[in-house]
Design a binder for this molecule. Structure first.
Ligand code: SF4
Length: 233
């Protein structure tokens, strides 16, 4: 076998296992939302964060202190996608900190999950919207390539969509979260579940049957059950 043929044995481009190399100059990605983010652009979360920290694909880049790319286990089976960073997240560069983050940790702990070991947490947009407003459709679209790369790299089996923005931004479903929360949506071999945002639960503290907190308790138990099925399956 010639040396060239031997080298070709390592060319996985036709196998389906490898992701095609990007055709755009990756350094242009943070400069404009018109530049696509092809699958396979990033090989690590750090590499992607370096782009997000200097990204101006949308105007949110002008407000940020830190891009909040995400944190947790990059090999986790569960990914949790929120809306966007708030003030404390922008200041610290970490997602879901403050009271919402504390409540999220408690919700996870109630079924023996931790954000360090079992979950990767991120947002639809990586930079803070002013006054914590909802990200616009254009902002979510501009940032979506990063999110899709995160999903590709982590390859989670379960994706929890906290709030309507995550549901619309990732799956294009424009329904209110109260209508669809707790339902599994299967796409491309992954199980998506819309759930309430912890901030919403803080505003609705009742624990009575049928209340948002009670419903969240049902949902997180369903998530635990699904994870057990996947891990034991
Ligand atoms: S929100 Fe996303 S697309 Fe917009 S500037 Fe930040 S990293 Fe770039």
């Amino acid at each position: 076998m010639s040396a060239e043929n031997q080298i070709n044995l390592f060319d996985l481009s036709d196998s389906g296992a490898a992701v095609a190399a990007p055709k755009v100059d990756p350094d242009l990605i943070p400069t404009s939302a018109t530049i696509p983010i092809p699958p396979g652009t990033y090989h690590s979360m750090e590499e992607m964060k370096a782009h997000c920290d200097r990204c101006f694909r949308c105007d949110l880049g002008h407000n940020r202190t830190h891009a909040v790319v995400g944190e947790g286990n990059v090999h986790a089976q569960i990914m949790l996608v929120g809306e966007g960073p708030g003030q404390t997240e922008d200041e610290t560069g970490r997602p879901f900190v403050g009271r919402s983050g504390e409540l999220l940790d408690k919700i996870l702990a109630s079924v023996k999950l931790t954000r360090e070991r079992d979950v990767f947490i991120c947002n639809v947009v990586k930079c803070r919207p002013p006054e914590n407003r909802t990200p616009t459709t254009d902002e979510a679209e501009a940032c979506k390539g990063y999110l899709l790369e995160q999903i590709r790299m982590i390859d989670p089996k379960i994706i929890l969509l906290t709030g309507a923005t995550a549901l619309k931004g990732l799956l294009g479903i424009k329904q209110g979260i109260t209508k669809v929360r707790g339902q599994w949506i299967e796409r491309d071999g992954r199980f998506y579940m819309p759930i309430f945002h912890p901030a919403y639960l803080l505003r609705n503290p009742s624990r009575e049957q049928g209340s948002p907190k009670w419903l969240m308790w049902q949902d997180i138990q369903a998530v635990r059950k699904k994870l057990d099925e996947i891990q034991n399956g």
